[in-house]
Design a binder for this molecule. Structure first.
Ligand code: ATP
Length: 367
C-alpha cells in the first residue's frame, strides 16, 4: 500500500518485497511477509506495531545484521546486500545503549571518529557540535557511569550521530525512560532530526509516541505493513480494523453498503439510520461492511441521534469525559466530550442516550 513518492523528495532507504523466514521446514517462522517501504531523505519515519510484528527484524536488515530471505534493501537506489554493517552509512541507537562506563562523555562520543582515524582537530570540533546538539556540553568530562539514564541516552545519540551517517536507526530508544523524561526526549529527538537533516528510522510499539514524532508512520502487524502515511492520515483515515483499533480509540459498527461513488459511501446502520461515510483506500465493495467512528466525533444527546442505547459508564479524565453507551442492537459506543467550566454533559449511568455522529466522521474500513 505504499503511495508513490512525491517529486522532489528522494528516497533514502527502501525495503523492497522483503520476506524473512527464521528456521526451516515445519518449525519455520515468517517474521516479515512481503514488506515494502520507501523512506525519504530527511524524514522522521516510524515503524509502529505490537511486540513481535517484525519491526526490529526490518531495522536489523537495514543495518546489515540480518539478511532477507527474499527481496532487497536499497540505499539511494542501490542494492546494499554486499555491504557489511560497518561499511553502511547507517548507525543504530538501541534501548540498551551500552556506553563505555570507564570513559567520559566526551571520549564516548569521540570513540567512533577515532576508530575512523579522523584528524584530531576535526574530532574535537565534531564532538563539541554533537554535545551541543544533545545538550550535554556541561557534562563532557563526566564518566558515563556517573550520569542518569536520560543523559546516557543523549550521549548514545551524540555518539551515533558523530560520524554523520545518512540514516540513523533507533530501536525503542526511549522505552527505558520514565514518562516525563520520555515526553521531553520525544520533542528533543524530533528537534535533533530536524537540525541534522539525517533520515531517522524509529521503532516503537507506542502509538502516541509515533503520532507525536513522525513525518510518516508504517503500521505493522504480523510481519506485514498495513498502512503507511502521515500521522493525520493514519489517525483520520485508518485503512482497516487493526489500524483503527491500535491507534487511538475507535467505535466499530456493522453496516450495509447501500451505494458507493467517488470515495463516498452511503451506509445503513443496524438501527436503520442511513449515513454518509468516506471509504478507506483499497476497499472492495461488498454488502456487509464495518464502519469506524472516533469517540470525539460523536456526542451523546437526550433525543435523536443515529444510534441509541443506555449509559453504562461515565469516566472523567479532567479535560474530557468518556460516556460509554450500551447500544440497543448490541455493542458499546464510546463518546468523548470535552469538559467545560459548566461541568460535564450531565449523563449518568442508566440514562437513555442517543448518539449523534458528526457529518463526515464515519469511515468504511477495508476489512
Ligand atoms: P518487539 O517490539 O518485541 O521487539 P518486534 O516487532 O521488533 O517486537 P521482531 O523482534 O522483529 O519483532 O520479531 C518478529 C518475529 O520474529 C517474532 O516472532 C520473533 O520471535 C521472531 N524472531 C526474531 N528474531 C529471531 C531469530 N533470530 N530467530 C528466530 N525467530 C526470531
Amino acid at each position: 500500500p505504499e503511495p508513490a513518492v512525491p517529486q522532489g523528495k528522494r528516497v533514502a532507504i527502501e525495503a523492497r518485497g522483503i520476506v524473512k523466514e527464521f528456521g526451516q521446514g515445519a518449525g519455520s517462522l515468517r517474521a516479515l511477509d512481503n514488506v515494502s517501504v520507501a523512506i525519504r531523505e530527511n524524514e522522521f519515519f516510524t515503524l509502529l506495531g505490537p511486540s513481535g510484528c517484525g519491526k526490529t527484524t526490518l531495522l536489523r536488515m537495514i543495518a546489515g545484521f540480518e539478511f532477507p530471505t527474499e527481496g532487497a534493501i536499497l540505499l539511494n537506489g542501490e542494492d546494499i546486500a554486499g555491504l557489511p554493517p560497518f561499511k553502511r552509512p547507517i548507525n543504530t541507537v538501541f534501548q540498551s545503549y551500552a556506553l563505555f562506563p570507564h570513559l567520559t562523555v566526551w571520549e564516548n562520543v569521540a570513540f567512533g571518529l577515532q576508530m575512523l582515524g579522523r584528524p584530531k582537530a576535526e574530532i574535537a570540533s565534531r564532538v563539541a557540535a554533537m554535545l551541543k546538539l544533545v545538550r550535554m556540553e556541561e557534562l563532557a568530562q563526566r564518566r558515563t557511569d556517573q550520569i542518569s539514564g536520560g543523559q546516557g541516552q543523549r550521549v548514545a545519540l551524540a555518539r551515533a550521530l558523530a560520524p554523520s551517517p545518512k540514516v540513523l536507526l533507533l530501536d525503542e530508544p526511549l522505552s527505558a525512560l520514565d514518562y516525563k523524561l520520555r515526553k521531553e526526549m520525544q520533542i528533543e529527538l524530533k528537534r535533533m532530526q530536524h537540525e541534522t537533516g539525517i533520515t531517522f528510522v524509529f521503532v516503537t510499539h507506542d502509538q502516541e509516541e509515533a503520532l507525536t514524532m513522525s513525518d510518516r508512520i508504517a503500521v505493522m502487524s504480523k510481519g506485514r505493513v498495513l498502512q503507511i502515511g502521515a500521522p493525520t492520515d493514519i489517525y483520520d483515515k485508518p485503512a482497516d480494523r487493526f489500524v483503527a483499533d491500535f491507534i487511538g480509540e475507535s467505535n466499530f459498527l456493522p453496516a450495509t453498503l447501500l451505494s458507493l461513488s467517488s470515495g463516498v459511501a452511503r451506509v445503513k446502520l443496524a438501527s436503520g439510520a442511513e449515513i454518509p461515510a468516506t471509504v478507506a483506500e483499497g476497499l472492495v465493495p461488498r454488502e456487509s461492511v464495518t464502519i469506524v467512528v472516533r469517540p470525539e466525533h460523536a456526542r451523546a444527546v437526550r433525543e435523536g441521534g443515529q444510534v441509541s442505547g443506555r449509559v453504562e459508564n461515565v469516566v472523567y479524565f479532567g479535560t474530557d469525559t468518556h460516556i460509554h453507551v450500551a447500544l440497543a442492537g448490541g455493542g458499546t459506543f464510546i463518546v468523548r466530550q470535552q469538559n467545560s467550566r459548566n461541568g460535564v454533559a450531565g449523563f449518568q449511568v442508566g440514562d437513555a442516550a442517543g448518539i449523534e455522529i458528526a457529518a463526515d466522521a464515519a469511515q468504511v474500513l477495508r476489512d
